[in-house]
Design a protein around this ligand. Sequence first.
Ligand code: ADP
Ligand code: MG
Length: 681
Amino acid sequence: MPHIQQLPAHVADLIAAGEVVERPASVVKELVENAIDAGASAVVVEIRRGGMGLIRVTDNGCGIAPGELPTAFLRHATSKLRSAGDLGKIGTLGFRGEALAAISAVSRVEILTRQKDSGSGACLHLEGGVPGQVEEAGAPVGTTIAVRDLFYNTPARLKFMKKDSAETAAVAGLMQHLALSHPDISFKFIKDGVESLHTPGDGKTESAVYAALGRDFAKSLVPVEGRGGEVAVSGFVTQPLMGRGSRSMQVFFVNGRFIKSQLLTAALEEGYRNQIMKGKFPGCVLSVTLPVTEVDVNVHPAKTQVKFAREREVFDAVYHTVLDCLDARTAPAAPKSVQQAVNPRKDFFQTMDAKTYREQGAKPTEKPAPAAPARPAAPSKPARPVSGGLYTTSWDGEWRSTVQVADSVPPPVRPAAFRPLEKPAGAFGKPPASVTEKPVERPAPAPEKKPEPRAQASAEPELPKPEPSFVPAIPPEPQTTLELPEQQTIEEPKEAPWRIAGEVLHTYIICESGDGCVWLIDKHAAHERINFDRLKANLEPPMRQTLLRPIAAELTKEDGALLLENLSLLTQFGFACEDFGDGAILVREVPADINAEDTAPTLEEFAENLRAGRSLEEKRENLLHTMACKAAIKGGWTSDPAELRVLVEKVQSGEVKYCPHGRPVAVKLTKYELEKMFRRA
Ligand code: ADP
Ligand code: MG
C-alpha cells in the first residue's frame, strides 16, 4: 500500500469544485444567485458554445469592495454567513462560500465590479484559481463576471460534457426557473449572440411566466393562493383539462429558491386527483414561503433540494390551496341564487345509504317495488325515498329562487330512484335496440303503484305543494325505433335557470343556461361522477340486494383467487361472495346500484383493479371507479327527462365537473363563441 498523505491544496480544490461545478448551467446558477443576493434588479446572462466558450453574468447589484475581491475567491469565503447558528436561518441563495472558488479553480475568470458609493471600480483576473493583481478600472455599479474555457484544466470532466446544444438547453431551462422565481428582477439571456429570454422585472409572476414559458402555457394557468399555518402558497397551476404529458412544467420555489421536491409534486398532484386525465400531469409555477427556520436548504451541494421541518404542514398547505382554488375556478359562473339553492337538495337523487335506510327503510311508505318481469333474479328493492329540498330558480333579467323544504315533496308517482332496479318500469338505464342488438319489445305499461304519502309529509299539510311538472306522472313511452330517434324537446318548468333543449345520440344533453350559454353534457360521465362522489362519501357500506337466485360468476382461476383473497374488501363494497371452485365465484348479494347481469363483468374488473392497485388505498379507489361506472347510465341508453334534469342540475350547480377519470363532463359554448363560429361576431 502506498503511504497516506494529504492532497495538495489545488487538487483538493479541483475535487471540491467538481461537486459544485458540474456543467455550464451550474456556473450560471451560482453566478446569478450571487447577483440576486447582491440585490440586483437587472441581470444579463450571456453564453457562447453552450457556456464552454464563455459565460458572462452582469448585474447592477451592490458590487464588491476592491480590497475584498481576492477573498471572495477563497474557499469558504462568504459575506452571508457568520456563525454555525446562522445555518439554521438562511435567507440568501448562497451561503456556502464555495462558488467563486470552485468556478475559478476550473476556468479562467475575469471580474469587474464597482460599489455604489465608490468613485471607481476594480478588476481581477484568475487562472485556474490563481489570482492576479487587483487593478482599478472604470465600471458601472454592479458586477460583471466572465468565465472562459470551463474545465480547461480538468480534461476528465471536459470529456463528459454533452454537445453544446444540450448544455445551452440546460442553461436556458435554468434561466426560465431563475426568471420565474424572481419576477421583480429583469432577466436577459443571450445565447451565441441571440436574445432568447427577456423578462420585464415588473414584479408580476404572470409577466415572468408569459416571457419565460410562453403564451400557450401562460394561458392554461389559473392563479392559486392559500395559507396553512405558517406556510404560504401562491402562484399558478394548469387547468385540469390542460394537463401536460410530463412533469417538466412543474416549477416549485421555496423561499424564492427553485427546488425539486417529491413532496411538493405529490401535494400538487393530489389536488388534481380525479380531475385530470390519466397519464397527464399538472403544470405549475408555485411559490412556497415559510419561516427560514422551518426549512433546511443545506442538504445538497447544488442547493436544489430542501428538507422541511414539518413536511405534513407543507403538504397540506399546497394540497388544500390547489384543491380549493381549482374547485372555486371550475364551478360554472352560476348566479348566487343557484348556488345557495343547491345545498338543500344535495342528496335529492342519491341512493339511500345504509344508515338512512335503517332509519327510514322500515316506514310503510317505502314499499318494495314489484319484481321486474325482465329480471326474475332481481330481488325486491325498497323504493328510494326522495330526500332533500326542491328548488326552482328563474331568470327574467334577474335570478329568483324558491326553495321548498324536503318534506314538502311528496313521493313521486314513480319512485325517483336514480336508476330503477326494474329496467322496464323506468326509462332510465334503458339501452336502445341498437345497444341490445335485439328489437326492444314494447313492454306493457309499468305496474305503477302510487306509494302512500310519507308520514312526515302528511303531518305537515301547511307546506306548499310541489311543482306538478317536476316529476312526470307518467314515465315517457319507451322508444321502439331507435335508429334515428326523433328530436324531443323536453318541457322544462319555466322557473329553471336553464332549459334542456334535448338529447342527442342518446348520450349528450343539450342545455341552455340563463346566461346565454349552450352546454353539452355527457350523461354517463356526469352520472358516473355523481355515483363516485356518493360512494366515496358513504362511510357506511352500500345498500345490498340479495339475489333470488345466486349467480355463479365464471372467472379465470387467477381472477377468482385474487377476489377470494380480498373477500373482505368485496364485502365492504356490497358483494357477498364465496368460493364456487375452479375460479368460479358464487355471488349471493350485490350492491343495490349494480344490475344483477353486470355482476360477472364487475367482478372481472374488480380483479383487474386489485391487480393494478399498489396500495390498499389505490385498490379501494379503483374499485370505487368501477362501481361508479357500472352503476351509471350508459351513453346510448334512453333516459327519462326527470333523470336528465338531475344530471343537468348537478352540472349547472358546479357540483359535477369531471368524471372520475378526469374527462370533462360538460362542454360549454358561450353565445359569443357561437356567434364567432357563424361569423356573426
Ligand atoms: P456565497 O454566495 O455562498 O457567499 P460565493 O463564492 O458565491 O459564496 O461568493 C463569495 C462572496 O462574494 C459572496 O458572499 C459575496 O459577498 C461576494 N459576491 C459574489 N458575487 C457577487 C456579486 N455578483 N455581487 C456582489 N457580491 C458578490
Ligand atoms: Mg454564491
